[in-house]
Design a protein around this ligand. Structure first.
Ligand SMILES: O=P(O)(O)OC[C@H](O)CO
Ligand code: FES
Length: 461
């Protein structure tokens, strides 16, 4: 049965605004510590803001600024992911990464980057001369000069991880209010009354995890802005599955102060990804795809892996990073009743569990941990682990490109956190995300999802 309610009643220890990667990890941490938790999002489903476009890497933080809060949260988040992923059924693809120099100037920067990695606790970086680099990745283009290996940079599924975090929060008592925009709020000295488009939510502590809207929410609720959002768009090109055999490592360029640069890597779903771009813009809502930029990305991909010329692009997408004028995360307890968690850029996927640990300490609540918390197991949709279609009683394949079964679709439409939109169903099951982009599975999906979505799927015959 769905945990979704039209409105929340009662009083919560913690109200988290924003059900992105960070909000989901916060909900899990506080629920596991014994807090009563409400999580509120204005979208009809979770992960609908910055978290919907991500390159899906579990970073070690080797290149984070030494001594930064970002580095500390990535290190803690990385360690906790390794500790819990098996128990929650979350995939981990141990690819490792190569940081590749494409010019003599970049080659000269490799030793200092390796030193930075060591200072960040990533001691196992390994320099590779040109011959060793080409042995490690035989498909690299002629321009690659030298590299170093970061063995513990891994690939993960960017959607099942936060989904599992929130599911665990729910199974330990958290409540979710989707489709509810926070329009205002006031504090009566003890508790907050948050006004939302679906009623009032009463809580002792409010955590702003509103991502791209974080600065505006602070202004609305506490009348101040300590940072200003500068959305940074990233466009990506996704190649069809046969391209995944072209690279085993995550191929990273030498990063600069703004971005890690254009990455080439496999995905947990067996595709190959090239991106992201790093384009600052004012718009917080729209990440427009630009054909010329996508062509340039393809060209860059082919310089990195020339064999990509013979492979097909199966999808394109773009996301927005909640960047601010500050390089580091903007996490602050304004007082005992209000914490802002802002400026969490693309490293948020790796850092989320660590951010949650940090915020728990800032909150300093007096909580009693439940003795035997629930541990849900999410359904695996990664190409690299056994899938539902390989087991009995799955009811048939609905999406043949992604081998999604009827049982997987029906499960995603049910349970404590059901999909409310096609986008939400895609993130849970991969339907329509294969090489035909839904041409063959949409009609059956329209039938299966009837009555489940806020906006019904248009029937495609
Ligand atoms: O450009 P960045 O630094 O935000 O990093 C993008 C990477 O794809 C993160 O995994
Ligand atoms: S059959 Fe679903 S994407 Fe092709």
């Amino acid at each position: 049965m769905s945990n979704d309610v039209f409105a929340l009643s009662g009083r919560f220890d913690v109200a988290i605004i924003g059900a992105g990667i960070v909000g989901c990890a916060l909900a899990r941490r506080f629920a596991l510590e014994g807090a009563s938790v409400a999580i509120i999002d204005k979208a009809s489903d979770i992960l609908d803001g910055a978290s919907k476009g991500n390159s899906a890497i579990l970073h070690t933080g080797f290149d984070a600024p030494v001594g930064s809060l970002e580095q500390a949260c990535i290190a803690a988040g990385y360690a906790e992911y390794l500790e819990i992923h098996g128990r929650l059924g979350l995939p981990l693809i141990k690819s490792g990464a190569l940081v590749i120099a494409w010019s003599e100037e970049e080659k000269a920067l490799l030793p200092s980057l390796m030193e930075q990695a060591r200072q960040n606790g990533v001691a196992d970086v390994e320099p590779l001369g040109e011959a060793a680099m080409r042995r490690a990745e035989p498909g690299l283009g002629a321009g690659a000069r030298a590299a170093f290996r970061v063995p513990r940079e891994y690939l993960i599924d960017p959607w099942s991880a936060p989904f599992a975090y929130l599911l665990q929060a729910i199974e330990n008592g958290a409540q979710v209010l989707r489709g509810a925009e926070v329009t205002g709020g006031r504090r009566d000295g003890i508790d907050w009354s948050l006004e939302t488009s679906r009623g009032t939510v009463q809580a002792g502590l409010v955590i702003n995890a509103a991502g791209l809207w974080g600065d505006l929410l602070d202004e609305k609720l506490i009348g101040r802005r300590d940072f200003h959002m500068k959305p940074r768009k990233g466009q990506f090109v996704v190649y069809d599955k046969p391209a995944a055999q072209l690279a085993s490592h995550i191929l990273l360029p030498v990063p600069n102060k703004i971005t890690k640069g254009v990455v080439v890597c496999r995905t947990a779903f067996g595709n190959l990804l090239v991106g992201p771009t790093a384009e600052d813009q004012d718009d917080r809502e729209h990440a427009t795809l630009v054909p010329e930029t996508l062509e340039a990305l393809k060209k860059r991909g082919e310089e990195i892996l020339p064999a990509l010329r013979d492979h097909q692009v199966s999808a394109i997408y773009a996301g927005l990073r909640p960047a601010t004028e500050f390089k580091d995360y903007c996490i602050k307890a304004h007082d005992k009743s209000y914490i802002t968690v802002g400026g969490i850029r693309s490293t948020g996927l790796s850092a989320a569990l660590g951010i949650a640990q940090h915020v728990l300490k800032l909150a300093a609540l007096d909580l009693t941990k439940p003795a035997d918390p629930a541990w849900p197991v999410v359904s695996n949709i990664s190409e690299y682990f056994p899938r539902d279609w390989q087991s009995e009683g799955h009811g048939g394949i609905v999406c043949h490109c992604e081998m999604t079964t009827r049982r997987e679709v029906l499960a995603a439409l049910d349970g404590p956190l059901p999909a409310r939109s096609l986008a939400g169903l895609k993130r849970r099951t991969r339907v329509t995300m294969g090489r035909c982009q839904g041409f063959f599975c949409s009609a059956e999906l329209a039938r299966l999802t009837e009555g489940h979505f806020d906006r019904p799927m248009a029937e495609k015959a």
